[in-house]
Write a protein that binds this ligand. Structure first.
Ligand SMILES: Cc1cc2nc3c(=O)[nH]c(=O)nc-3n(C[C@H](O)[C@H](O)[C@H](O)COP(=O)(O)OP(=O)(O)OC[C@H]3O[C@@H](n4cnc5c(N)ncnc54)[C@H](O)[C@@H]3O)c2cc1C
Ligand code: FES
Length: 277
């Protein structure tokens, strides 16, 4: 019997393309075959004739019929993704990698800290948490962006999610590096939202995603607050080719970001000099 080709993508049709910010779009794709993932895992999106790149789905993992990818334009593949229109065909392979260990989060306070396009995996995690919100002690979602216009998911962040705060277990802190006259929340980099957190830091868990510099300084702040190394979950990114532990392009020390991650704890990477590269 022929072995299945692990690199062969399934076909998916673009249903919708949402312009989130001047440089970031969310592409909603409908796979031809069942595709499911857990919050934190990633998949490769292929643009025929251009190439493929890894992205973490940003939609609720329980929504099986279509999957969202929130993509920042940085180069060849992401520019091609930004040119997609509804009805276009793409390829999808995955999911790959280690998800957030939600079982371990149960009964604990959960902090999400996201910056810029780093909100993408945290949106998926947030929806997964909210589906079983009674299992977690409290959830605090801290979001940052450069300016109000750079916020992803504006309808959700500023309206829908705020209305969920009636639930005692959930709160948000929103900040921008530079506010405008309509901004009603904090001003400053995302670490400023971590002041005065009244969590039990000996047991609380934190999921952090954003540019490397943001993850580094957020981790430093969490450690100062007393969070434990093993309770800080970081969404790591590296250049990837295979996604399945063959090509060795994604190594951080001895760990494969594609297989052992992309969600790695600070305890797992803290001794690696190139961790924040
Ligand atoms: C597990 C994982 C999940 C990701 N999730 C998302 C996501 O949800 N949304 C999103 O917008 N992006 C995400 N990325 C990053 C995304 O894969 C890259 O932006 C993409 O591969 C760039 O491809 P390109 O052909 O457009 O750019 P290229 O032409 O390949 O590169 C353009 C520039 O980006 C740099 N670059 C490319 N890939 C990476 C990378 N992985 N890490 C750091 N720098 C890189 C290159 O060095 C170069 O400077 C993720 C990456 C990984 C590994
Ligand atoms: S991407 Fe090839 S080993 Fe990780």
């Amino acid at each position: 019997m022929n072995q299945p080709n692990i690199y062969e993508p399934i076909r998916a049709t673009v249903e919708e393309v949402i312009q989130e910010t001047p440089t970031i779009k969310t592409v909603v794709v409908v796979p031809e075959k069942p595709f499911s993932f857990l919050a934190g895992q990633f998949a490769f999106l292929t643009v025929p004739g251009v190439g493929e790149a890894p992205f973490t789905p940003s939609s609720p993992p329980s929504r099986k019929e279509k999957t969202d990818f929130t993509v920042m334009k940085t180069g060849k593949v992401t520019e091609a993704i930004h040119r997609l229109k509804s009805g276009d065909q793409v390829g999808l392979r995955g999911p790959y990698g280690r998800a957030y260990p939600l079982k371990d989060f149960e009964g604990r306070e959960v902090l999400l800290v996201g910056g810029g396009v780093g909100l993408a995996p945290l949106r998926s995690l947030f929806y997964a948490l909210m589906e079983q919100v009674e299992k977690y002690n409290r959830i605090l979602f801290c979001c940052g962006a450069k300016t109000p216009d750079d916020y992803l998911y504006k309808d959700e962040v500023f309206t829908e999610w705020q209305s969920l705060c009636a639930c005692q277990r959930l709160n948000f802190r929103l900040t921008v590096d530079k506010k405008d006259e309509n901004w009603q929340y904090q001003e400053g980099v995302v670490t400023c939202t971590l002041d005065n957190i009244d969590f039990d830091v000996s047991t609380a868990v934190a999921a952090v995603c954003g540019p490397p510099i943001m993850m580094k300084f957020t981790t430093v702040k969490l450690l100062q607050l007393g969070f434990r190394d093993e309770n800080i979950y970081l969404s790591m990114e590296r250049k990837m080719y295979c996604g399945v532990g063959h090509c060795r392009h994604c190594l951080i020390g001895t760990r494969f970001v594609c297989k052992d991650g992309p969600v790695l704890t600070f305890a797992e990477i803290k001794n690696e000099p190139d961790a924040w590269a």
